[in-house]
Design a protein around this ligand. Structure first.
Ligand code: F6P
Length: 333
């Protein structure tokens, strides 16, 4: 492990190249430390309490699990103590939290989903943390309005997958790097550089139980994949659905694939299923930086001007040629 670069070393070098300050490096380091704590909690499972217990509902009226709440608290405590962010926004809280005490604060916002895929907690399945870093301009006070920046403005985006090992995939807009956590001391070491996603794929991830609610272009795309060798694609496709965006997108990134949570009749009134600021945007930046594509079906996710902290969007991302095909089907329709 000693000849591998640590996350902190990598960030210091990268931040120097693109002119980001010590607070930025400190912020990523705080996120990594919080994720080590969350990882430890996840690994302890039932020994750490009933992490899958329903403990309330969040602002979006979704059930909150014990682990959702504890992961959120871990991040908040780390970020507050670290002093590298002006304010944060989380899936689990209605508004931004502004750390406005006397301590000097870094000019950044961290927007995050502390625990993605929480229905997997009860079944010992993979879960994750997703984060996005945005700039806080001089004069900003940490209000929600200031955080409503399009995904193209992200300074960094990343996710941590708590799977058979704990890995962080992160981009500062100069490619995607992979770091693996050493469970003995929580340090992250680089285990992948400039990760690229293959242009073509024969694997897709979608919750097929929603088929009857999808729009025609998505039905067409999936039906053609399912028709396999004898269908218009002339090829057999494979399907996977873990039910945690981090795990499903990570698989696409690792061995090619397309991930879809499209608009459907069930979610139309809300704008989609997945949240723009702390799910779709960070994952889109990672996918684009790896050479893939991320679209709503009608346009680039990263260019959407957010209107609310918890805004939802349709998501189609992954291997470029397949996403292009789905977008074409939308245009044709
Ligand atoms: O945050 C929402 C989420 O848990 C994603 O991680 C995941 O992709 C999706 O919901 C799963 O949705 P469904 O319950 O339809 O399988």
């Amino acid at each position: 492990m000693h000849d591998r670069m640590t996350l902190d070393e990598h960030m210091e070098t990268e931040a120097g190249h693109i002119g980001l300050d010590a607070d930025f490096v400190g912020l990523i380091s705080d996120v990594a430390k919080a994720c080590h704590q969350i990882s430890t909690l996840v690994r302890h499972g039932a020994l750490a309490g009933n992490l899958a217990a329903d403990v309330g509902t969040n602002v979006q009226d979704e059930s909150q699990k014990e682990l959702d709440v504890r992961a959120n608290e871990i991040l908040i405590e780390r970020l507050d103590n670290g002093g590298h962010v002006l304010a944060i926004a989380s899936e689990e809280m209605e508004d931004t939290v502004v750390f406005n005490d006397s301590k000097p604060r870094g000019r950044y916002y961290l927007v995050f989903d502390p625990l993605d895929g929480s229905t997997n907690i009860a079944v010992n399945g993979p879960v994750g943390t997703i984060f996005s870093i945005l700039k806080a301009e001089v004069g900003h006070s940490g209000n929600a309005d200031e955080v409503l920046q399009p995904g193209t403005e992200q300074l960094a985006a990343g996710y941590v997958l708590y799977g058979t090992s704990t890995e962080m995939l992160v981009t500062l807009g100069r490619g995607v790097q992979k770091f693996s956590m050493n469970p003995d001391d929580g340090r992250f070491f680089q285990t992948g550089a400039d990760i690229q996603i293959a242009e073509h794929t024969a694997e897709f991830a979608i919750n097929g139980s929603n088929r009857r609610y999808w729009e025609a272009p998505v039905q067409r795309y999936i039906d053609e994949c399912l028709a396999g060798k004898d269908g218009p694609r002339g090829n057999d496709f494979n399907t996977r659905w873990v039910g945690a965006m981090v795990a499903d997108v990570h698989r696409c990134l690792t061995r090619s694939g397309i991930f879809l949570y499209p608009i459907d009749e069930k979610t139309r009134s809300k704008g989609g299923r997945l949240r723009l600021l702390y799910e779709a945007n960070p994952m889109s930046l990672i996918i684009e930086q790896a050479g893939g594509m991320a679209s709503t079906g009608h346009g680039r996710i990263l260019e959407i001007q957010p209107e609310g902290l918890h805004q939802r969007v349709p998501v189609i991302m992954g291997s470029k040629k397949e996403v292009e095909r789905v977008v074409d089907y939308h245009s044709e329709a």
